[in-house]
Write a protein that binds this ligand. Sequence first.
Ligand code: BTN
Length: 251
Amino acid sequence: PAVEFGLDAPFSVEYHDAIGSTNDRARELAGEGADDAVVLADEQTGSRGRLDREWSAPAGGVWLSAVLRPDLPPAHAPALTLAAAVATTDAAREAGVPAEIKWPNDVLVTDANAETARGGKKLAGILTEMEGEAGRVSWVVVGVGVNANVPADSLPEDATSVREEVGDVDRRAFVQRLLERFDDLRADPEAAVEAWRDRSATLGQRVRVETATGEVVGEAVDVAVPGALVVETDDDERVRVHAGDCEHLRP
Ligand code: BTN
C-alpha cells in the first residue's frame, strides 16, 4: 500500500515498497487531476525505459515519477527532461559520484579513460510522457530512475550504481536534493539548458544520432532551448535534432 513519504519539497510524495511502474501510477494520478505529485518506489516490477525498452528497477534504487501541469506548449516540454537530468546529476555529484549527462537525458559516470570519449557507465535515465490539448500541455509525467543502492549483480551491462561507485547513499536525502533542484529549474527552460550544457558529456564529441527520419553524424556543438542537440555535420551544416538515440564516436 502507498504511504506518505514526508519530504520538505514542493511535491506530495506517495511511496510504495513495490509497484509495477511509477510512471503508470503517475499517469493514473494525472488522469485524476493531480499536480506537483511524486510517486516513489523501492522496487518496480514492470518499469519502462525510453523507446519501449525494458528498465530494470530492483530494490534499492530511486525510482520516481513526478506529475506536473506546466503552462507550456508541448514543444517546450523537453526542457523539463533536461531539468530532471541536471537535478539527478547534481544529486549524484553531491553523493560523491562524478556524473555528467549524455544527450538527451542519460546520466553517466564520467569516464576516467577520456581517450575513448564514449562516456562512462549509466547511472540514471529519464522517461518523460505527456498529454496535451489545443497546443497546451495538460500534464507531464517525468520519470527518473537512479541506480542508487543497487548491487552490482542486479545491474544491466554498461550500468553502474551509487553503491558501486562510492557506497550506499541516504536515499531520502538524495530524493530531497533531486526534487529541490528540479523545482529550481522546471519553470526556467533557459536556466535548465544552460545548466545542462555545463554538465554535458556530449558537447564537443563526435556523435551519431539515430532519429526517426535517419542518421545524423557530426560534432555536437550545442544544445538549444528546449533541448535540441545542434550537430555540425561533415558538410558544415548545422542540424537540430529533437529526439533520437545518441552515440559518442571515437574522435
Ligand atoms: C531510459 O531508458 O533511460 C529511461 C529510464 C526511465 C526509468 C524510470 S524509473 C521511474 C520511472 N518509471 C518507469 O517505469 N520508468 C521511469
